[in-house]
Write a protein that binds this ligand. Structure first.
Ligand SMILES: [Zn+2]
Length: 291
């Protein structure tokens, strides 16, 4: 015991106080003994001499370095966890308030997971651990929610545009946003719901897979609860079974309606309010006919 106290005193003098405190605070008695008090250099019966300390100092320092890594990891995790919890409550409030004022954004399926992955929120979540970040820090983002959500929408739309550009029939450059074109549709081969139009495609459930990233962020690596999903995840178009499709039938239908498939938007087609008849029996909108 005296030797243990002597070694601890030497380590304290070398600045390992936080590590020794961490060992006592977080380790069970058994683990503490295994790692430290029963260490072959610590539990010897001989009294610690100056010469003896020099002989074991290197080994004891390596031991403390290992503990320091654990301590820093543990502190980082605690900070992340607290920030995640603060964001969970503030984020819900921010998204709800934003959607109350922007009904038109509801169709995008926008949720707290999308908000969490914006640079503005990541900046706070990943700030150096000694930076104070709490619920109020996240709530303060309310003042810039317009910019934050516009940024999110723009990145999500660009992902979809990239998918369209990869298709053989990608539209030639025109003044109309390719996402708005009536010929632009997407296909999800996970659930085959027919073609998906923009903007509804952004809310499609298969493109918001679990586990919810917030939940993973909070509990994932510590508790391993990857199978849980609190709500739909963030929009994620990188899905091998999802693709842009520019079907020939869409062009034909648009031409039947006397419109130019290279320039007419889905909204313009809607405003025609026409009904098409298939096989003299089924009456349908142009969207249903394309799907
Ligand atoms: Zn799907």
């Amino acid at each position: 015991m005296e030797r243990l106290d002597d070694i601890s005193a030497r380590l304290l003098a070398l600045g390992w106080a936080p590590e020794l405190a961490f060992l006592e605070r977080t380790y069970s008695e058994r683990r503490y003994d295994e790692l430290f008090s029963n260490h072959r250099f610590v539990c010897m019966t001989t009294k610690l001499t100056e010469h003896g300390w020099r002989r074991i100092k290197g080994e004891m320092t390596r031991l403390m370095q290992g503990v320091r890594k654990q301590r820093l990891d543990d502190e980082a995790h605690t900070v992340s966890y607290k920030r995640g919890m603060s964001f969970e409550s503030a984020g819900k409030e921010l998204v709800e308030e934003y959607l109350d004022e922007h009904e038109e954004m509801k169709i995008f399926g926008l949720n707290i997971a999308d908000l969490m992955h914006t640079p503005e929120v990541q900046h706070l979540l990943c700030a150096p651990k000694d930076t104070h970040v709490d619920e109020q820090s996240f709530l303060a983002l309310q003042a810039q929610m317009e910019t934050t959500m516009e940024g999110w929408k723009s990145r999500a739309c660009n992902t979809l545009r990239q998918l369209i550009r990869r298709t053989k029939r990608a539209p030639k450059a025109s003044n109309v946003d390719m996402l708005e074109l009536a010929t632009t549709v997407f296909r999800c081969n996970c659930c085959s719901p027919g073609y998906l139009f923009y903007p509804n495609v952004l809310g499609h459930k298969c493109l918001r897979p679990g586990p919810d990233p917030l939940f993973t962020f909070l509990h994932g690596h510590r508790y391993g609860l990857f199978d849980n999903m609190l709500f739909l995840g963030m929009f994620e178009a990188r899905n091998l079974r999802f693709e842009a499709a520019l079907p020939r039938t869409a062009r034909q239908i648009i031409q039947v309606c006397n419109k130019d498939p290279d320039t007419v938007t889905a909204r313009e087609m809607d405003s025609l309010d026409i009904r098409l008849v298939r096989d003299d029996v089924t009456i349908m909108t142009w969207r249903a006919a394309v799907s």
